[in-house]
Design a binder for this molecule. Structure first.
Ligand code: CP
Length: 347
């Protein structure tokens, strides 16, 4: 299933959102007669670039609403529905949070996380594998090492595809939960200064986050070793939409300016030459000395897993936001699944 949902986004606003008061949806018709369905119903989630600011705010409002439902109400939103997944690369958070989210909606999950126990091991193609998962489930979560894999799968499947990481290209639901976390912790996104630190070349969460941030008025510091700078084509895409400064050191000026430090792991598995990895491993470590130079309320985020980029001493500070971020991942994914599976959510 691949369709462009942008056509009907402009006339829709969240029934959960105070911002909805300005919309055609609320002002022109009684709420039960919808001018436009939920824009995420049956929709693929392939790239964060497909989301407008209204879309993002709608998802964040829905996440608040779904999180506040009683378990019995929440358990109706996915009742009798199945999430199918396949992870061609390892995952802890994304897979488990989708499973936990689906269970909280009253649904079930079936999937493959160990390729060796699947027919991929016998040579079954991605296309055939997706066609089969499509037969058994209502929504499909895919992680794959190739850029473009989720868009390819979306063209094949009848049911919607969620990109859970496509090569070093994108990880859109990670960006949604990252933005949601910033909003919850900082109470706003506009006006913030965000430092993104680490492997900016191969880290797919970085690209989705940057594209998502283009919807906001933010300053961005990109901090990486020269060999791991952001890919130029992405800089061109966000140029003019973000105020970006690039650095090779985590300078004091960055630390004193940043409201959020978003740390990323150096993606060892994506280096064509491991000697190159050895040259940059451990380049940056956020520790108590780093925090001493930063704003007292700086939020330290990380998509996780971490290796050595954040000292464990930081875990016990008020700045450590990465476990909260992982927790919001379940809530945001539950809201997203509820939207994708239900044309109309209950008031
Ligand atoms: N953040 C993230 O994608 O984590 P996993 O690789 O554990 O799913």
């Amino acid at each position: 299933m691949y369709r462009i949902a942008a056509l009907h986004m402009k006339v829709f606003s969240s029934p959960f959102s105070a911002r909805g008061e300005e919309s055609v949806y609320y002002t022109a018709v009684p709420w039960k007669i919808r001018l436009s369905p939920n824009p995420f119903y049956d929709r693929d989630i392939v790239s964060i670039k497909d989301f407008s600011k209204d879309d993002l705010e709608f998802i964040f409002d829905t996440t608040d609403k779904v999180s506040s439902l009683k378990p019995s109400e929440r358990g109706e939103l996915g009742k009798g529905r199945a999430l199918g997944y396949i992870f061609y690369e390892p995952s802890t958070r994304t897979r488990m949070s989708f499973e936990a989210a689906m269970a909280s909606l009253g649904g079930s999950s079936i999937g493959i996380s160990d390729l060796k126990s699947s027919s991929v091991e016998k040579g079954e193609s991605l296309a055939d594998t997706i066609r089969i998962i499509d037969l058994y489930s209502d929504v499909i979560v895919l992680r794959h090492p190739l850029d473009g894999s989720s868009r390819f799968a979306a063209e094949l499947s009848q049911n919607p595809i969620i990109n859970a990481g496509s090569g070093s290209e994108e990880h859109p639901t990670q960006a949604l939960l990252d933005l949601y976390t910033i909003l919850k912790v900082k109470k706003k996104i506009d006006g913030l200064s965000i430092a993104i630190v680490g492997d900016l070349k191969y880290g797919r969460t970085v690209y989705s986050l940057l594209y998502g941030l283009t919807n906001y008025d933010v300053d961005v510091h990109l901090v990486s070793p020269p060999s791991l700078q952001i890919r130029k084509e992405s800089i061109y895409e966000v140029q003019g939409k973000l105020n970006i400064k690039e650095h090779s050191e985590l300078e004091d000026g960055v630390l004193t300016d940043a409201d959020v430090i978003y740390v990323t792991r150096i993606q060892r598995e994506r280096f064509p030459d491991l000697q190159e990895y050895e040259k940059v491993r451990g380049t940056y470590t956020i520790d108590e000395n780093t925090l001493a130079k930063a704003k007292p309320d700086v939020a330290v985020m990380h998509p996780l897993p971490r290796v050595d980029e954040i000292s464990q001493a930081v875990d016990h500070t008020k700045n450590a936001t990465y476990f909260k971020q992982a927790s919001y991942g379940k809530e945001l994914r539950a809201a997203l699944l509820a939207l994708m599976l239900n044309e109309n959510l209950p008031e």
